[in-house]
Design a protein around this ligand. Structure first.
Ligand SMILES: NC(=O)c1ccc[n+]([C@@H]2O[C@H](COP(=O)([O-])OP(=O)(O)OC[C@H]3O[C@@H](n4cnc5c(N)ncnc54)[C@H](O)[C@@H]3O)[C@@H](O)[C@H]2O)c1
Length: 328
């Protein structure tokens, strides 16, 4: 991607933004801001919904096909007058009136996105086209999507899908004046992550709670950076509310080797478990660490929760879902 694009500073467009749909001003609209969250029944989406619902001026609509998400993640909002949940696949068009769209629908874990690669690409490409079409039709004020890209291999259904989604976002922005925001989300962790989704934090925590050995993929010196979900949600909202289109990296630059992560989980959750080394997958990156200079400068955002503080916040939720009662 061109240098120019990665500076997160694209706030001009060839065309002025489309005017909001006249329906938007009808007397039936009670709230000040109607916000659509696609993939809102998923891990990050449901935390985003919790945060958006704190503001009484927001009305939140979630669309989700429950491929990896669950109604359970939203149960406290079901029946709330400012909340609506729609079973819908984003690869099909959607006609509703909204002001902002957070487009998160896409399986995030390799286990799930490799399960049906064609569907993953469709979700990224057709799903994004449908959401941009919706934004264009109703004059939605902003839109956001994300993904940290990597061009080849069995992960391409995900990575390339995200790249095309970013291209589409900018084309709609330049050609139709749609207001866009693009976040590049880096590894995120917290309560409601899918258990057994093959991602390292959920793996280790589930293993520690079950009293099983923590399986570190060799050599264990590969690093990852982990952003606690509340920090992620704050970053996404900050981006949406600001004036920069992005792409902007949102993540936590604190870097940990997989061995260090296992040691932390062992110490904090279950000191009795062993740490064992297992074979790695062929396409495992050696390092992944976001440069968040732009997020700091342009959004005034940086993560606050340290890994050692965030990991214990997952324990209760995982114990409940695994049916393994706490230590006390
Ligand atoms: N969690 C991370 O560490 C991470 C890292 C990078 C990018 N992301 C991106 O953030 C977004 C959310 O990730 P997450 O961790 O919450 O994942 P998740 O799997 O928990 O949530 C994704 C949600 O999208 C829904 N969904 C999938 N395909 C759909 C479709 N065709 N139509 C409607 N709904 C659909 C799923 O049912 C689920 O509720 C994704 O776009 C993901 O690519 C996440």
């Amino acid at each position: 991607m061109a240098q120019e694009v990665s500076n997160g500073n694209h706030n001009s467009s060839a065309k002025p933004p489309p005017t909001p749909s006249p329906l938007r001003f009808s007397k039936f609209f009670q709230s000040n801001m109607r916000i659509l969250v696609t993939g809102g029944a998923g891990f990050i989406g449901s935390h985003l919904v919790d945060k958006l619902m704190e503001n009484e001026k927001n009305e939140v609509i979630v669309v989700d096909n429950y491929f990896t998400g669950s109604k359970d993640n939203l149960k406290k909002w079901i029946g709330h007058p400012r909340f609506e949940l729609i079973r819908h696949d984003v690869t099909e068009p959607l006609l509703i009136e909204v002001d902002q769209i957070y487009h998160l629908a896409c399986p995030a874990s390799p286990i799930f996105y490799k399960y049906n690669p064609v569907k993953t690409i469709k979700t990224n490409v057709i799903g994004t086209l449908n959401m941009l079409g919706l934004a264009k039709r109703v004059g939605a004020r902003k839109k956001a999507t994300w993904g940290n890209v990597n061009p080849i291999g069995v992960r391409s259904c995900y990575d390339e899908g995200k790249r095309v989604a970013e291209t589409l976002m900018f084309d709609y922005h330049r050609q139709h004046g749609i207001e866009i925001r693009i976040a590049r989300i880096f590894n995120t962790y917290g309560p409601r992550m899918n258990i057994d989704d093959g991602r390292v934090v959920s793996n280790f925590i589930a293993q520690a709670i079950r009293g099983e050995p923590l399986t570190v993929q060799a050599p264990g010196t590969q690093t990852r950076s982990f952003c606690y979900v509340s920090d992620m949600v704050n970053g996404l909202i900050r981006l949406m509310e600001g004036e920069n289109t992005g792409p902007i990296n949102i993540g936590n630059p604190g870097e940990f080797t997989m061995l260090e992560l296992a040691e932390n989980v062992k110490e904090l959750i279950n000191p009795n478990v062993e740490i064992v080394m297992v074979e790695n997958t062929p396409d495992d990156p050696r390092q992944r660490k976001p440069d968040i200079t732009k997020a700091k400068e342009l959004l005034g955002w940086e993560p606050k929760i340290k890994l050692r503080d965030g990991l214990p916040l997952m324990e209760e939720d995982f114990r409940l879902r695994l049916g393994v009662p706490g230590k006390n």
